[in-house]
Design a protein around this ligand. Structure first.
Ligand code: F1P
Length: 346
């Protein structure tokens, strides 16, 4: 099914070499657990993969900051698979995490963008994202490509394990082939987001909230803003807000809520009500045609509908645009942010 559908995919990332997955298919199918190691944006792609692999393949997943994992004494067995994700393929923390897992017998699967990079060479197998060079230091299209690879991986493994039915697989493949057009449509939000950015360019803080598949997207939105505009931003699972961050909300706090139509929609709507009750300034990312949230939010950004499991590929785009425009308006160099290196090799 995958082979016949692959011809329909237009995403550059879909040309990836999934041969690496096929060669280690049995390992993946029998894995007791998958441990994902990565840093920064790649770590956020790993968090999306946790939802994907649990939902579609029913494999327990742990997502670890490589920068912390490398100094721990983790319990790793030969039945574990470690997935290392890195755009540059040169991140020293991720490389060290790989070496540690390897020394304890795990199989290492890499997802890198740069062909022949150190991480690609250190792994047992892998899939390249082939997303082209990242011009700027902060990852953007690498995130989309990594999530695409991880989605395909979860689909292949889930299908083999019998946790993803033929019809569900086919449905997801068809929707995946629609994603490039939906991302194009999300990019048309550019002018609207530029206008919204004008309102918020001078604020000192931002909060980002999301649930489920949109929780890692909230983290990624906050990281992009920090990285390129130097505004302090926090990403949180929306349900965690009441456990602390709610104290921060007043009439000066912009709160970006990713509230697309999915299984946690109703709960996100109540989170928006909680923010509104405290006069927070709500910028909501919603599914096209939503009639409830626009009445509650100061700004509403509509993205095309898609399957819940594929939504991060679409919902991250307006957040990247928001960070970009705010950074440009603040006079920041979006391609070379201060203090950041393309690959962190120390
Ligand atoms: C990891 C990362 C990027 C971030 C910045 C610093 O890089 O944290 O996500 O945007 O470039 O490095 P990589 O391992 O994915 O190359």
């Amino acid at each position: 099914i995958l082979d016949s559908m692959r011809g329909r995919l237009e995403l550059e990332a879909a040309h990836l070499n999934m041969g690496g997955v096929r060669a280690y298919e049995r390992k993946f199918v029998n894995a007791d657990r998958i441990i994902i190691v990565a840093c920064g944006t790649s770590w956020h792609a790993g968090l999306v993969a946790e939802y994907l692999l649990e939902d579609l393949a029913r494999i327990p997943v742990e997502v670890e900051y490589a920068s912390e994992f490398r100094y721990r004494n983790p319990v790793i067995t030969e039945r574990d698979i470690v997935i290392a994700i890195s755009q540059s393929g040169e991140t020293a923390d991720t490389l060290a995490a790989i070496e540690l897992a390897k020394s304890r017998g795990a199989t290492i699967f890499g997802i890198c963008n740069v062909v022949g990079s150190s991480i690609a060479r250190a792994t047992d197998a892998g899939a390249y994202t082939h997303a082209g060079p990242e011009i700027g230091v902060a990852s953007t299209k690498a995130f989309t490509a990594q999530v695409t690879v991880l989605t395909l991986l979860a689909m292949i493994v889930g299908h083999k394990r019998g946790t993803l039915t033929d019809s569900k697989l086919r449905e997801l493949m068809v929707e995946l082939s629609n994603i490039p057009a939906k991302v194009e449509k999300a990019l048309l939000l550019n002018d609207q987001i530029e206008r919204i950015s004008e309102t918020f360019k001078d604020v000192p803080n931002f909060l980002y909230l999301g649930r489920g598949y949109n929780f890692p997207v909230a983290l990624e939105g906050a990281l992009k803003l920090k990285e390129i505009s130097y505004i302090h931003a926090e990403g949180y699972p929306a349900a965690e807000m009441k456990h602390g961050p709610i104290a921060l909300i007043d009439e000066n706090m912009p709160v970006v809520v990713i509230a697309t139509k999915d299984s946690s929609y109703e709960k996100v709507v109540s989170n928006i009500q909680e923010v509104k009750a405290r006069k927070g300034r709500i910028i909501a990312v919603v599914t096209e045609g939503d009639t409830t949230i626009p009445d509650m939010a100061e700004f509403t950004i509509e993205v095309p509908a898609t399957s819940e499991v594929l939504m991060p590929l679409v919902s991250v785009v307006p957040l990247q645009l928001l960070s970009y425009h705010i950074a440009v308006m603040r006079g920041c160099n979006v391609d070379q942010p201060r203090n950041l290196a393309k690959s962190v090799t120390v």
